[in-house]
Ligand binder design. Structure first.
Ligand code: GLN
Length: 451
């Protein structure tokens, strides 16, 4: 298996992988073979997997898509990587992503954009664009991703694969290079919900090294896959089907909802009235946390350091000017601004209050339904370059994924057809499934029944 995927990676021109080390991969594969021969294997032993370059790994560089960490090698593995290694998976390498996971098209990577395998002119989505493209192009059967405001669900949608962002706190953030700590959550990306369930079994679990890790007994996320959906109440938020939604995406999503009715579910119209506010709220809170998290990249401890400088302040300034890309700098500036004296109350505190109300919207909705469904992205994948210089256009495209993250709820994307976009192409559409806290097994069941 490892040889098969390594050969495919070698031939690929998608720029999905940033680092491969075939010898290391084959060494892990040989160890997995031995484990299987001894009979002490898990369901994932010998299964190749690739990690988003946000997870630190001992054997491979960990860049977070940034020049700042271009040559950084971590002295330890992220908990998620450690857990996969313990299960016996075989690492194929590290996957391209937007710099520090900031973006929705993978065009913010220092190492260049990733191409969407369905149409190489198109973006794969982001920030886990390398993960989406690698799984869709069968360069890896599974990949890890992280989702702060949609970065698992949106590339899964744009690349026509399945991805789940678990409840905040389910998957350890230890060794996941931090973007916005109150939102960041790792999760699996694969072909099917069944695969995602198996992967989540290895990925989730309490970790004392992550202060916001949730202490709950381990679960078998495959346990409900085969349950019938008869009687399931699906909430369809009217705010997710407004004028901003492209007709081709709406058509595919509505067709999927019809399929669910055939499986015995009923549709209930619900309202998530604060949906629109999720954009300003997220783009205050996420940059605020990022400005704090990224202060550690100062040229002293990690990664890049400017060559010529006059004193310490000059070293900081030059290091950060050279090491960070435009989007990262933009977020540090916004974040520092909204946290500064005089603006904190007006922006940051206000955003925190609305965040609470957004979470409350969902709790009100879950009184009427078991799961919420709608689109992941308002459009299918757009062409590389089309929105590259327009940050606000990118931010607006996150409208359907941000509120789930702000509320800390689990969300999923499953493929539900194709749309033509503006370019008369065939590009995948994803259906979003949003569940209440810790309802991952239910979401995976609902997704599996459709697939
Ligand atoms: N597109 C969003 C952003 O740029 C979400 C990214 C993410 O989930 N990591 O912040």
């Amino acid at each position: 298996l490892a040889q098969h995927y390594l050969a495919r990676i070698r031939q690929s021109d998608l720029n999905a992988f940033l680092h491969v080390d075939e010898a290391l991969t084959l060494q892990q594969a040989a160890a997995a073979d031995q484990r299987i021969a001894r009979g002490d294997h898990t369901a994932l032993t010998g299964i190749p997997i690739a990690h988003k370059d946000i997870f630190v790994t001992q054997g491979w560089r960990s860049t977070a898509g940034s020049k700042m960490l271009e040559n950084y090698v971590s002295p330890f593995d992220a908990s998620v990587v450690e857990q996969f290694n313990a299960a016996g998976t075989v690492t194929l390498g590290k996957l391209n992503c937007d710099e520090f996971a900031m973006g929705s098209s993978n065009e913010n990577s220092f190492f260049g954009p990733v191409k969407n395998p369905w149409d190489k002119k198109a973006v794969p989505g982001g920030s886990s664009g390398g993960s989406g493209a690698a799984v869709a192009a069968r360069l890896a059967p599974a990949a890890t991703g992280t989702d702060t405001g949609g970065s698992i669900r949106q590339p899964a949608s744009l690349c026509g694969i399945t991805g789940i962002k678990p409840t905040y706190g389910r998957v350890s953030r230890f060794g996941m290079i931090a973007f916005a700590s109150s939102l960041d959550q790792g999760g699996p990306m694969a072909q099917t919900a069944e695969d995602c369930a198996l992967l989540l079994n290895a990925m989730a679990g309490f970790d004392p090294r992550d202060s916001t890790s949730v202490e709950r007994p381990n679960e078998d996320f495959t346990r409900d896959l085969d349950k019938s959906l008869r009687g399931l109440k699906i909430g369809v938020p009217k705010e997710y089907f407004g004028p901003g939604l492209a007709a081709d995406v709406e058509q595919a999503v509505r067709a999927a909802l019809k399929e669910y009715e055939k499986l015995g579910a009923t549709l209930v119209e619900i309202s998530l009235p604060k949906t629109e506010l999720s954009i300003p709220v997220y783009y205050v809170i996420a940059p605020a946390e990022a400005s704090s998290n990224l202060s550690r990249f100062d040229g002293v401890r990690y990664g890049h350091r400017a060559r010529d400088y006059t004193d310490l302040n000059d070293m900081y300034r030059k290091t950060r000017s050279e090491g960070f890309g435009d989007e990262v700098k933009r977020r540090i500036l916004v974040g520092a601004y909204v946290l500064s004296h005089g603006y904190y109350d007006a922006y940051y505190l206000q955003a925190q209050k609305i965040r609470r109300l957004i979470a409350q919207d969902f709790q009100d909705a879950f009184k009427q339904c078991d799961v919420i469904m709608g689109p992941v992205s308002p459009t299918v994948a757009w062409d590389l370059g089309d929105k590259a210089d327009d940050p606000v256009a990118n931010y607006l495209g996150d409208i359907f994924t941000l509120s789930t993250s702000l509320a800390g709820l689990p969300g999923m994307s499953i493929p539900c057809g194709f749309g033509q976009g503006e370019k008369n192409a065939q590009r995948p559409v994803g259906l979003q499934l949003i569940g209440n806290y810790f309802n991952e097994a239910k979401l995976l069941n609902i997704a599996h029944q459709y697939q």
